[in-house]
Write a protein that binds this ligand. Structure first.
Ligand SMILES: Nc1ncnc2c1ncn2[C@@H]1O[C@H](COP(=O)(O)OP(=O)(O)O)[C@@H](O)[C@H]1O
Ligand SMILES: [Mg+2]
Length: 261
């Protein structure tokens, strides 16, 4: 069976401003992702993670190479690929329920079915009882839960997440990591999850793709043998601990360079 997503020799150069060189964000990135796989894309800031994610989302074009989704060239955004950002702008003037329904309305789903589906999704991210709240009335963690429900609403094949828990406090982040591991498995979604958190990348993924600093390339791939569902105790698993340490040793020089800049 061919991969659901086939990223083939993708390079990206952002054009420079007049008289300046362009920014070489990605160089020859190839990555095949199978249906239902959870892939963490790990690397220091500026290595092109968000660029790759937004190319897969269809928001940016490649400078070279191509991407296939189910053997067809991927062009432009699609409701088969939805995105959760760090600061997902939920519509402030809509209730949580209406925010989740939004993508279904665009797809022409009738009102009753829409309402039912949104309630189911909100229950799956444990937000039952908060349907009628507005975004400013709920916590950051709850907003990200709502953003996940909204991204799942059109029943996408692929969920794209760009540092979705980056703005949350450490405890909430751990809770949401466990949630997204559970939800993506239950819903059978393929996930491409961008993070600079080593621990988070390993905890969530079937495979961790480690990127090098600019221009971003795939430098290493780590297959994670931990079973699912992923649970908190796995962070103490000897394999987990030593893998996180090894990745830290690999990535440390990049972080040190980043810090000096
Ligand atoms: N729209 C853009 N125009 C020009 N340069 C960009 C744009 N987006 C990102 N870049 C540059 O491309 C490089 C990679 O950025 P990005 O993909 O955001 O990395 P990451 O998400 O890993 O931090 C950075 O040097 C960044 O400044
Ligand atoms: Mg980024």
């Amino acid at each position: 069976m061919s991969a659901q997503l086939d990223i083939s020799n993708v390079s990206k150069i952002y054009p420079g401003r007049r008289g300046e060189d362009g920014i070489h964000a990605l160089q020859d990135v190839s990555l095949k992702i199978n249906k239902g796989e959870f892939i963490s894309l790990l690397g220091p800031s500026g290595c092109g993670k968000s660029t790759l994610l937004s190319i897969v989302a269809g928001f940016q074009t490649v400078s070279d190479g191509f991407i296939l989704q189910n053997d067809r060239e991927l062009v432009g955004p699609s409701s088969t690929r939805t995105v959760v950002f760090q600061n997902y702008a939920l519509f402030g003037w809509m209730t949580i329920q209406k925010n989740v329904e939004f993508g279904l309305k665009a797809k022409g789903v009738p009102a009753t079915a829409r309402a039912r589906r949104a309630r189911e999704l909100l229950a799956s991210v444990r937000l039952s009882g908060f349907e009628d709240k507005y975004p400013h009335e709920i916590s950051g963690g709850m907003k990200q839960r709502a953003a996940i429900a909204r991204a799942l609403a059109p029943d996408p094949e692929i969920l794209l997440m760009d540092e979705p828990f980056g703005a949350l406090d450490a405890q909430t982040r751990v809770l949401l990591q466990e949630e997204i591991a559970r939800i993506s498995t239950e819903a059978g979604k393929t996930v491409l999850f961008v993070t600079h958190g080593i621990d988070e990348a390993v905890f969530l993924a079937d495979r961790v793709i480690v990127m090098s600093p600019r221009p971003g390339r795939v430098r290493q791939e780590v297959v994670v043998p931990l079973p699912r569902p992923r649970t908190a105790e796995m962070r103490a698993d000897p394999w987990f601990v030593s893998t996180v340490n090894e990745l830290w040793e690999t990535l440390k020089p990049d972080w040190q360079k980043e810090e000096k800049q």
